[in-house]
Write a protein that binds this ligand. Structure first.
Ligand SMILES: NC(=O)c1ccc[n+]([C@@H]2O[C@H](COP(=O)([O-])OP(=O)(O)OC[C@H]3O[C@@H](n4cnc5c(N)ncnc54)[C@H](O)[C@@H]3O)[C@@H](O)[C@H]2O)c1
Length: 430
């Protein structure tokens, strides 16, 4: 069957009201998928979100997001109540599918990309595809994943044609459109950020651009799928390399008894120097992961990116050593770890170096380590086991040693604890 034209997609996608078919279906309702689904729903589209987690689906259908993100609660509640957003565990037919499932890496030393979630998301939508549908992969992916998805779907649906071999004449349109929103500001950035639209063909790119026009006010910059995949990885590898410079500098300065914060402050007065802030390591789902996708594709060439990853991964051990020195020096002192999330003002603990440091110190110094994080109530139970979680005020008053790990705004209510030993890994009080 010939594909429907681009205008038809838009007409279908703008339909709202009841009916079994969705205008937009978002596969994977996590930190990226749920805000995206909610934005499409808020723009008037009928959205069906799909997640393999029953807990996430039930929670969303009750109007309560299972993740904490700014004003997302109110938005999801409104969209579910108006009937524009619902969640299911098995895909239903839709005019556009957006895939936002995890793309982790495997274990060290290779950190090989794991695209199995993208593959199973692809297999799950294959049975409900029809001519004219648009598929957008948003998951951060190794170069070539969008093409792989097209081939995988072709193998599942021999009755449909796909852009990797049918080009512009394909029944299904596929594009790679990476997400670059930042936790804590996701709803705002979804609207305002410029987007990269990597179409497998120009027509695929056009269809994706028109879909995002529902709420995106930033520019939609069109390219091909492989370039768009590389752009996303490049952005995070660039950040990682720059953070590695700051982290390495902090360790060099510490060894030389020089205040790194003063060095950075003064060096940044140079009109062409802008050094980032060191920290206890690099965490989260993106910067600590994505550069490995480039390293895996070009192991011989990507030497700087590999080294940056190694420098950043070594930083927690450096902070641990400083904490151990203080704990060993004063055998009676309690140490308070302030902050466990992977960065300030978010409830996201994935790949958090701070959490890893707190857990390690707790294991090594039983009864002598307490922890505080304003988002600790959202810390997954399995990660909280063994940690002595206390309020910020209680942790500060009990501690003789304060290890500042994450500069949450909530920590600003208390002044610098000048009567304690302080290890400020993020320059919170610098
Ligand atoms: N979180 C960020 O800040 C961020 C920013 C930019 C890009 N990304 C990228 O976006 C992608 C998604 O990240 P996230 O943070 O939203 O992940 P997440 O873990 O928060 O959410 C992923 C969701 O997908 C669901 N899922 C897994 N397999 C599924 C399947 N086959 N079908 C349906 N649902 C499935 C999971 O249950 C989970 O709810 C990743 O590739 C990530 O690298 C994330």
């Amino acid at each position: 069957m010939p594909p429907t034209d681009d205008k038809q997609i838009l007409i279908d996608a703008n339909e709202s009201g009841s009916g079994s078919r969705a205008a937009v279906s978002v596969i994977g309702l996590g930190y990226i998928g749920l805000p995206t689904a909610a934005m499409f729903a808020a723009s008037g589209k009928r959205v069906v979100g799909v997640d393999t987690s029953r807990r996430a689906v039930d929670s969303i259908n009750a109007g309560k997001p299972h993740i904490e993100e700014g004003d997302l609660d109110a938005l999801v509640e409104r969209c579910v109540a108006s009937g524009h957003l619902r969640a299911v565990t098995t895909p239903v037919p839709a005019d556009a599918f957006i895939i936002a499932v995890p793309t982790p890496t495997g274990p060290a030393p290779d950190h090989a990309p794991d695209i199995s979630y993208v593959e199973s998301a692809g297999r799950s939508i294959a049975p409900v595809l029809k001519p004219g549908d648009l598929i957008i992969l948003e998951s951060t992916s190794p170069v070539g994943t969008t093409g792989m998805l097209s081939r995988l779907l072709a193998a599942e649906r021999g009755d449909l044609s796909f852009p990797h071999d049918a080009g512009e004449e394909a029944d299904i349109r596929i594009a790679y459109c990476p997400e670059r929103i930042i936790p804590g500001r996701m709803l705002k950035e979804l609207v305002e950020n410029d987007r990269i639209i990597g179409g497998m063909t120009p027509r695929c790119a056009r269809a994706a651009t028109e879909l995002y026009a529902a709420f995106v006010r930033g520019q939609c910059l069109v390219s091909d799928a492989r370039t768009a995949e590389m752009v996303k990885l490049t952005e995070n590898a660039f950040r990682d390399v720059n953070i590695a410079f700051a982290n390495e500098l902090s360790m060099v300065c510490e060894d030389m008894s020089i205040d790194v914060w003063e060095v950075i402050r003064l060096a940044n007065h140079h009109p062409r120097v802008s050094i980032l802030r060191p920290g206890p390591g690099v965490g989260g789902h993106c910067i600590a992961v994505d550069p490995w996708f480039i390293v895996a594709s070009a192991p011989e060439r990507a030497r700087l990116m590999r080294t940056a990853r190694e420098v950043n991964d070594a930083k927690p051990e450096f902070v641990l050593d400083r904490a151990r020195r203080h704990l060993d020096d004063d055998a009676a002192a309690i140490l308070a770890c302030l902050g466990l999330a992977y960065k300030p003002d978010v409830d996201d603990f994935r790949e958090s170096p701070s959490l890893a440091i707190a857990r390690q110190l707790t294991a090594e110094y039983p009864g002598r380590v307490i922890c505080s994080d304003p988002y600790a109530h959202t810390l997954p139970q399995e990660l909280a086991i063994g940690l002595d979680l206390q309020s910020h005020a209680d942790a500060l008053s009990a501690a003789g040693i304060v290890l500042m790990l994450v500069g949450h705004t909530a920590f600003r209510v208390h002044a610098f604890p000048s009567d304690k030993r302080v290890i400020d890994s993020v320059g919170f009080w610098a």
